[in-house]
Design a protein around this ligand. Sequence first.
Ligand SMILES: Cc1ncc(COP(=O)(O)O)c(C=O)c1O
Length: 404
Amino acid sequence: MYKINENYQKLPGSYLFSNIAKKVNAFSTANPDKKIIRLGIGDVTQPLAPAIIEAMHGAVDEMAHAESFRGYAPDLGYDFLRSAIAQNDYRARGCDIGEDEIFVSDGAKSDSGNIQEIFAQDNRIAVCDPVYPVYVDSNVMAGRTGTYDAAAGMWSDVIYMPCTMANHFVPEFPEETPDLIYLCLPNNPTGTTITRAQLQEWVDYANRVGAVIIYDAAYEAYISEEDVAHSVYECEGAKTCAIELRSFSKNAGFTGVRLGFTVVPKELKCGDVSLNAMWARRHGTKFNGAPYIVQRAGEAVYSEAGRAQLKEQVAYYMENARLIKEGLSGAGYTVFGGVNAPYIWLKTPEGMTSWDFFDYLLENANVVGTPGSGFGPSGEGYFRLTAFGSLENTKAAIERIKNL
Ligand SMILES: Cc1ncc(COP(=O)(O)O)c(C=O)c1O
């Protein structure tokens, strides 16, 4: 008789966004005349930039002719994309990262879920609290998190690093020493970040205690402040202790196109064993390459026209962020984020729980956001709004909230 992976049975309830979807569906069925504005899920709304569409059309046409048709892509990514990434995202910023340290994938969700596979099961993970749920859940599936305390919303073997108003959302070194440290900066869900100097302290800490930082930089394109690092490799010593995850979803609107990459430096070694070689082996075995058409679209992100168009797209969303932040502050809310990230993190008013505020906003303003407690116990009492809506919807949502 077969047995299942019992770790899956430990996962509590359903995924945050399915709970939200259920509540929103029930509300809209009961109130078919109400126009709901969704500022909940971090999905983009603007169309792909013209330079990207043009590159995709070109690649589609290549597929129509035997001479230019492409089958399986190289497992680790086409050279044209890996070198565009190494040049533009790293060397142009003074980070010495080579093409062969870049692994092209179908997005940062898969990479952030898969990366734990190359580490031993008894590694202790540390996560910020609140946190992007994939980091924890993928480690639950792997059996690395111990037992779940439903009342506390915490796993016995996970080290939580609370990020709240009290510490200005800056994670502190934990009392217990972790082996793997997940850092997402700029942060989803809080929309906050840390300075380059603070990140350097984390890199020094990881090197000192022999931990690996899994650095999720999915929101790098939204950084507006000078003293914030775009890559962990801007910090000295990061190549011996950090893996970086990147996505084309938020900087270029590829949430439905699917493209991302992971950087595993060659200097990152456990004894004599190269993590770069391990990840190459894993990628080659379990992943058959991102589609050619999509990789050509990714290359266009780095073209002159692509860069200019995407700068505008990011500015469009950041204008939404500014409107939400200013609108809510003006209405008396305490708000964070929205400067280096497309997320606004607000304190729920009058001690409401995150889910109470979710219901209140849905029922009275017909606006959907995300309850902070869905991202971890320290998210209780907070609420996330995203700047990824249309300008029109964002303005309307803020007006409705102001008028409550
Ligand atoms: C922190 C973080 N990492 C990764 C992802 C997923 O990125 P991708 O679309 O590339 O899978 C998201 C998406 O919301 C995210 O917020």
